[in-house]
Design a protein around this ligand. Structure first.
Ligand code: 0WD
Ligand code: CA
Length: 378
């Protein structure tokens, strides 16, 4: 039963109903001091193998193995192996929070934070939080987040928008190849053992993932989220996660100050939000030429990214991102009052508008799997 959320229709015909609650997203509303954000700590990890099977260990973790810094200029052909050595994940399979819930089921007895910590927490993917952080600046892509409460905990799971689905199903061949190139870069930069050498001769299989599970808190909102980590730097000054983790990215080579400015405004915001959330301290970027070969590298320390855009009046501000995210979490916590794993509040946002809410029961929006609900409620 889908329906728009009607709020406060309590009296007779003479009483007017209040408008359905919504949350504005204009950046100017979220300026102000940076909110409290707890230093993220790693609670555990899991791996997904070549067949996308779950393992409660770090077997898919790879080791940062960049080419020598003072050697010859890099020449990584990112198109090499495409399409014959590409095994892309089946994107028709909607996994929701399933892998994270499996980890949580196996570790909820040993969570730190004291009894009741989980009941007050928000559980989600890091990527969903990244989308919330960038919302006040996003001009192109909307999102939908499904929310359910179970034993106090608020679970957030993304729903693919009709526009995103349409784009995925009509993804142009060049965009498919570009996606491959991002994964191929990881293969050139990572080894299977600490101190080992990359082996770019194998296949690129995007079923494989190493995911870390983090604990943090934004303002009053305790957070438990998981994110895919590209690699660990065996030479990092701190061997303690997340300080030893490295995020890998590729981008087009830039040739003019205007191109850099646009890169700082748009792409760097996404890179910052994604790595700031789990406390990953640096992003190593490979810049590719029009033929698809990486010609240069640049390391972006996450905590220095804002410096690159601070003086741009049309740039982004980390405080706005975090204040909006905190406001969304408060909005979601106060909207989802019933504890019911089959009840879904769907938060929808399109650029230029506010976040709106609709209420649904059961399929297709309910996302907490029966095996999880039964295990935690018995
Ligand atoms: O089913 C879905 N639509 C989604 C699945 C949406 C978001 C995430 N996921 C899965 C991913 O496959 C991964 O196993 O969740 C796990 C990690 O999520 P995350 O770390 O919260 O996701 P995000 O921060 O958006 O992406 C991290 C990396 C990406 O690296 P880049 O450098 O491109 O940001 O996870 C990978 C990708 O390498 N990734 C995916 N891989 C396969 N299928 C997907 C996806 N749909 N989304 C992200
Ligand atoms: Ca990456």
């Amino acid at each position: 039963g889908a329906g728009e959320l009607k709020d406060g229709v309590t009296g007779g015909p003479s009483k007017r109903s209040r408008p359905a609650p919504s949350l504005p997203t204009e950046a100017s509303l979220y300026a102000g001091p940076f909110p409290f954000y707890r230093r993220p700590s790693e609670l555990g990890c899991f791996s997904l193998d070549a067949e996308r099977r779950y393992h409660g260990d770090s077997r898919a973790l790879r080791y940062f193995a960049p080419p020598p810094a003072h050697g010859s200029a890099p020449d990584f052909d990112l198109r090499e192996g495409y399409p014959e050595r590409y095994r892309p994940r089946n994107e028709e399979i909607r996994e929701g929070l399933d892998h994270l819930l499996r980890w949580l089921l196996e570790h909820r007895g040993q969570l730190e934070g004291g009894p009741g910590w989980l009941a007050g927490a928000v559980v989600t993917w890091r990527g969903h939080l990244t989308k919330l952080l960038t919302t006040p600046y996003e001009l192109r892509e909307g999102w939908q987040l499904a929310a359910s409460r179970l034993q106090g905990t608020l679970y957030l799971s993304e729903v693919e928008t009709p526009a995103a689905r349409a784009q995925r199903l009509t993804r142009p061949p060049l965009l498919r190849e570009l996606m491959y190139m991002g994964y191929k870069f990881e293969q050139y930069m990572c080894a299977d053992t600490p101190g080992g050498s990359p082996d770019p001769s194998g296949e690129v299989n995007t079923n494989v993932a190493f995911c870390s599970v983090f604990r943090s808190r934004l303002g009053t909102h305790p957070l438990l989220f998981s994110g895919e980590v590209d690699c660990i730097d065996p030479k990092a000054p701190s061997t303690q996660p997340p300080a030893c983790y490295v995020e890998l990215k590729t981008s087009k080579e830039m040739h003019s100050p205007g191109q850099w400015k646009s890169f700082y405004r748009h792409k760097l915001l996404k890179w910052w939000a994604q790595s700031f959330l789990p406390g990953v301290p640096r992003v190593v970027a490979g810049f590719r030429d029009p033929e698809g070969s990486v010609r240069s590298f640049r390391t972006f320390p996450t905590m220095e990214m804002f410096e690159l855009i601070r003086s741009d009046r049309e740039g982004w501000n980390p405080s706005v991102c975090m204040n909006f995210c905190a406001a969304f979490l408060s909005f979601a916590q106060s909207t989802v009052t019933q504890d019911d794993p089959r009840l879904v509040h769907l938060f929808s946002w399109e650029p230029g508008g506010p976040v709106t809410v609709s209420v649904h029961h059961g399929a297709p929006y309910a996302f907490l799997p029966t095996w999880y609900v039964e295990a935690v409620t018995q």
